[in-house]
Design a protein around this ligand. Structure first.
Ligand code: NAP
Length: 243
């Protein structure tokens, strides 16, 4: 058990993060999840991860708060000694048309979806550099590639994550640290449960269904564990969207 790889997944209590946590655990990783406030969901996810036979623990901290991130990542490193896989997955939406978008909506999304990756990845990369091994996966979105009306804040954060992914891949490749991104399309989670116009969205998807959290988790696991020679890539997991 001591030799298991250790994976840290932000926003791992629900949705895509939870499915990824379970997928990585089934592949033999010890899994640490982070969450913002939903203790019940986090505890349930930890129990489901432990049922696969690996170590699991949940850490509550706000990824948009640098002090909280630093304090908690230090605790995680002290206890687990290594982090082999980091999935920057925590994210929120605060949609509005640009002309009506408040400063708060802009800043909440940029801080939670983009600045968080800077805060979390920095201390983790320091450790990965010492290990001379690491795999980082950033959860971006198809709207970070193509844009979306009503999501200037979210699209900007997700596009930023793509630049972050490609730049870090170039900086860290020499240390055997790979950095990739997944760009999900429409995935059935709490985030999309109140989406209107479902039939209109389905028209855009070649496979004619929304994705599942497990569909995205499979792609994350592939990039994290099943390949050693892919870095700097953005894998669209969108059922073949035509945008
Ligand atoms: P979700 O079901 O709403 O889950 C969000 C997760 O992020 C929860 O674990 C939540 O913790 C955590 N979280 C939110 N704010 C946080 C913060 N400030 N600090 C720490 N954790 C925080 O979302 P999802 O649909 O699985 O989305 C996961 C990622 O995929 C996001 O980055 C999202 O932008 C991206 N994505 C989703 C879709 C989609 O269609 N669903 C498409 C493209 C990209 P609590 O449980 O404590 O609230």
């Amino acid at each position: 058990m001591q030799d298991n790889k250790v994976a840290l997944i932000t926003g791992g209590s629900r949705g895509i993060g939870k499915a990824t946590a379970i997928k990585l655990a089934q592949a033999g990783c010890d899994v640490i999840i982070n969450y913002a406030g939903n203790v019940e969901a986090a505890n349930k996810t930890v129990e489901e991860i432990k049922a696969t036979g690996v170590r699991a623990e949940a850490f509550k901290f706000d990824v948009s708060n640098k002090e909280e991130v630093d304090e908690n990542i230090a605790k995680i490193i002290e206890k687990y000694q290594r982090i082999d896989v980091l999935v920057n997955n925590a994210g929120i939406t605060r949609d509005d048309l640009f002309i009506r978008m408040t400063d708060d909506k802009w800043l909440d999304v940029i801080n939670t979806n983009l600045n968080s990756a800077f805060y979390v990845t920095k201390p983790v990369v320091k450790l990965m550099m010492k290990q001379r091994y690491g795999s980082i996966i950033n959860t971006t979105s198809v709207v970070g590639v193509y844009g979306n009306a009503g999501q200037a804040n979210y699209s900007s954060a997700k596009a930023g994550l793509i630049g972050f992914t490609k730049s870090l891949a170039k900086e860290l490749g020499g240390r055997n640290i790979r950095v990739n991104a997944v760009a999900p399309g429409f995935i059935s989670t709490d985030m999309t449960k109140n989406l209107g116009n479902v039939d209109e969205y389905l028209k855009l998807i070649s496979l004619k269904r929304f994705g599942t959290a497990e569909d995205v988790a499979s792609a994350i696991k592939f990039l994290a564990l099943d390949t050693d020679y892919i870095t700097g890539q953005v894998l669209e997991v969108d059922g073949g969207m035509v945008i």
